[in-house]
Every structure is written in structure tokens, then in C-alpha cells.
Design a protein around this ligand. Sequence first.
Ligand SMILES: [Zn+2]
Length: 89
Amino acid sequence: MTIYPDRAPEFDCVVCGKPRPPQWQAREETDIPPVCRSCERDWGRTTFGGLGDRNRDRRIAGQIFVLARVLDGEAYRAEKGMEPIYGRT
Ligand SMILES: [Zn+2]
């Protein structure tokens, strides 16, 4: 039996700026503020936040996304006793 989270409180997505959550939302697709499920799932995979997007806020969000992925990768490598890829002097 799956236990679904409560409906998210009302918020504006920090990426797309749309008011969330919509009137109806599947329980398994519940938003987790401050980013809506749509941006969480699709951001950077389409022109929205991807190539050709000139919105500065979304570009900064993209930078945060990239840094988080790099840190995740480096943490994995450290845990496995591997040499780091980034940050070497
Ligand atoms: Zn959004």
C-alpha cells in the first residue's frame, strides 16, 4: 500500500512562476515546493530551461542543478574511494 503525501500548500513555482498546485493533481505527482512537479520532471530536457532559454533566473537554476549533480558525483566517487574529477589543485 502506497502512502501518498498531503496536498502541497499553495505556492508559485520558483522556476516557471506558475501558481501551484492546480485544482486537481494526481497523488503520485504531488508538487514539492518550491519547484512544481512539471519543472522537476521536464526542466532542461526541452527548450524550457534548455538551449535557447534566455530567462536569467532559469539559467541560474540550471547552474544550481549542474553544481548539485557534480557534488553528487563527487560524493559517490569519494564513497567508493575513487579520485575526484573536479577540485584537484
Ligand atoms: Zn514550475
